[in-house]
Design a protein around this ligand. Sequence first.
Ligand SMILES: [Zn+2]
Ligand SMILES: [Zn+2]
Length: 349
Amino acid sequence: MTSFTDILCPTPQGLYCPPGDFFIDPTRPSPRAVVTHGHSDHARAGHGSVLATAETLAIMGARYGEAFTPARQAARYGEKHRIGDATVWLSPAGHVLGSAQAVIEAHGRRIVVSGDYKRRPDPTCAPFEPVPCDVFVTEATFGLPVFRHPDDGKEVAKVLHTLELFPERCVLVGAYALGKAQRIIALFRRAGHDAPIYLHGALEKLCGLYTSLGVELGDLRLAKDADKVELMGRIVMAPPSALGDRWSRRLPEPVTAFASGWMRVRARARQGGIELPLVISDHADWDELTATLTELSPQEVWVTHGREDALVHWAGLNGLKAKPLHLAGYDEEGGEGPEGDGLKPPEAA
Ligand SMILES: [Zn+2]
Ligand SMILES: [Zn+2]
C-alpha cells in the first residue's frame, strides 16, 4: 500500500511528485515544474519545462521574458496530462487570472494542491472549483479567526465616496501588480466608475496583458502623462512600494489607500501611513479556509504556508487529520515585497 507521501512529498525546493518526477511551484530551478499561478514566489524562471494554464504562461513570459523556460506546456482546466506514472490536471483556484489547483492522481489516490485560492467571486478570474480528493494541500495566509474579509463592493465604495468628498484631491490606491490591481479596477468598473483610472508605470504591462486576455478594465492611462489638474478627483493605482516614494509627490494631495487582507490589522495600516485601508484579499479568509476543508473533508489536510498552527488545530478539533508542511519560500501576498505586502516592516516604518 502506497502512502500519500509516495505520491507527493515536501522537499527543500517545494512539493515533489516521485511517480511523475516533477515539482509543484518549485522555489529553485527544477527540471520539470507544474506552476499553479503567476505570483513571483510560485512562478519562477529557469525550470527545464513548465506546465501551467496559458494565462499563467503568458504572465511568466511578461515578467521574465519569453525565454523563461525552454519547454512550456499550456493546460486547459480539466484537461488530463500523463507525466510518468502520474496524471495531472488543473482546476480553477479563483486567486488571480489563470490560477489553478494542481490535481495529481497516482496509485489510485488523488492529491489536490491549491496553490493560493479564494472562494468569493472575482470579475478577473474563474471561480474556485472544489475537487474531491484524498489529500487537500491548502495555504493558510489568513488562517486565524481574526481574518474575516468584508464585502469587497463596500470596500471599493469607500474610495468612490472619498472622491466625492474631496474632488480636488486624488485617491492613490496601492495594490499588488498581479491580480489585485486588476481586480480592484474591475470592481471600480462594476460599481459604475467609468472615468479614466491612472496607472503607475509598473502596473502598465500586466494590466495590458489582462486586457489582451479578455478582462475588461475600461479607460486606463499613465499617471506620468497627466498633470496635477487632470488627476484631481481621479483614482491612481500604484504598486505598494510606490505609495510613499517621490513618485507620489506629483499627485494632487493624494489620499493613500491600500488594498490587502492585512489591512484588517489597524496598526499595520497606521505604520504604513495608510489613510484609507481597504480589506480586500486574493486569499481565502478564515471562514473560506474552514468551509473549504469541511466541504472537501479529505482524509488528510496539509498546510503549506501562512498561519499553519491555528488551521491545523481547527482541523483536529473538527475531525480532520492535518499537518503543517512548513514550506519555505512562499510569501504571503505574491512575493511583491517585504512582509508580504510591500509595506515597510514595523521596525523600519
Ligand atoms: Zn502564495
Ligand atoms: Zn498567489
